[in-house]
Design a protein around this ligand. Structure first.
Ligand code: DGL
Length: 272
C-alpha cells in the first residue's frame, strides 16, 4: 500500500458557478483536501459551444491550474467532461477525472428496469457520451436523453423554487415521464440545485442521480490509487478564481457553499 501523502490542492473547474455543486460535495466527503476552483464566468455557457472551442478553453484552464501546483484536476462540468476530458487526460502528467463516468456508473448500478434518462445541456446530450459509456458497460440499457437549456439560466437567476421553473421543468420532462425510466442522471452541474423540482415532476419511483456525489467518491479512490491523499489533519485551503464578474460569483458561492468567502480572484484566462 502506498502511504505517501500530499497536501497540494486539487484543481476543480467549470464554465462558471455550477461546478460549485461538485466542489461542495468534495469538501463534504474529503474535508482535509484543499481546492483551487476556477469558474470561467467570462465565457459561460459552455453548453451550446463546439467541441473545438471547449477543448481550447479546457487547455487554458489546465495551464492556469498547473501554475497553482495542483496535484489532480476535476473537470466539474458535464459539457467539458463530454468534449475535452479525453484530450486533456492525454496531455496531463497528473490524474484527472470528469463527472460523466461517475454519474453514469451510479445510474448503471441502480437501474432495475435498464431504462435510464439523462438531462443536460445541448452539448452534453448531443455528444452522446453518457449513452456511449453506459452501453460500453451494458449494451442492453436504453438511454433516453433530453436537453434542458433553460435550466442553467433559471438556476443562475436564483429561481430554484419558482412557478416559472416548475412550468418549464414540466414541459421539458413530459416526454421523459412517458418513457418508463427508473433512474434519471442530473447531467449538468446546475441541475442538482433543481433536484426537488425535478423529483416532484418525475415522482418517487425515479431515482435521481447526482454525478457530483459520485465524482467525489471517484476522486477519493483516484487520490488513494496515486498515493496523493492529504494528511488526515491537513488544514484545507479554498481559493476561488473567475474570468469575470467576481461579485456575482461571490453571491452565488455564498448562497450554496457551507462557508462564507470574501476573496474571489479575477484573472485573464486568455493569457494562459
Ligand atoms: N457547467 C455546464 C455543464 O455541466 C452547465 C453550464 C454551461 O452550459 O456552461 O454542462
Amino acid at each position: 500500500m502506498n502511504m505517501k501523502k500530499n497536501n497540494a490542492p486539487i484543481g476543480v473547474f467549470d464554465s462558471g458557478v455550477g461546478g460549485l455543486t461538485v466542489a461542495r460535495e468534495i469538501i463534504r466527503q474529503l474535508p482535509q483536501e484543499s481546492i483551487i476552483y476556477f469558474g470561467d464566468t467570462a465565457r459561460v455557457p459552455y453548453g451550446n459551444k463546439s467541441k473545438e472551442t471547449i477543448i481550447r478553453y479546457a487547455r487554458q484552464i489546465v495551464r492556469f491550474l498547473k501554475t497553482k501546483n495542483v496535484k489532480a484536476i476535476v473537470v466539474a462540468c458535464n459539457t467539458a467532461s463530454a468534449f475535452a476530458l479525453d484530450t486533456i487526460e492525454k496531455e496531463l502528467d497528473i490524474p484527472v477525472i470528469g463527472v460523466v463516468k461517475p454519474g453514469a456508473k451510479s445510474a448503471i448500478e441502480n437501474t432495475k428496469n435498464k431504462r435510464i434518462g439523462i438531462i443536460g445541456t445541448e452539448g452534453t446530450i448531443k455528444s452522446e457520451l453518457y449513452a456511449e459509456y453506459i452501453h460500453s458497460i451494458d449494451p442492453e440499457i436504453s438511454v433516453i436523453g433530453k436537453a434542458c437549456p433553460l435550466f442553467v439560466p433559471l438556476v443562475e437567476e436564483g429561481m430554484l423554487h419558482d412557478s416559472v421553473t416548475d412550468e418549464i421543468a414540466s414541459r421539458y420532462l413530459a416526454e421523459l415521464k412517458k418513457k418508463n425510466i427508473d433512474s434519471l442522471i442530473l447531467g449538468c452541474t446546475h441541475y442538482p440545485l433543481l433536484r426537488s423540482t425535478v423529483g416532484k415532476i418525475m415522482g418517487p419511483k425515479v431515482n435521481l442521480v447526482n454525478p457530483a456525489y459520485e465524482t467525489a467518491i471517484s476522486l477519493d479512490a483516484l487520490l488513494r490509487q496515486n498515493g496523493i491523499c492529504a494528511e488526515e489533519d491537513a488544514e484545507p485551503k479554498y481559493e476561488f478564481y473567475v474570468s469575470d464578474a467576481a461579485d456575482k460569483f461571490k453571491e452565488f458561492a455564498n448562497s450554496i457553499m457551507p462557508f462564507h468567502t470574501d476573496m474571489i480572484n479575477q484573472i485573464n484566462i486568455e493569457e494562459y
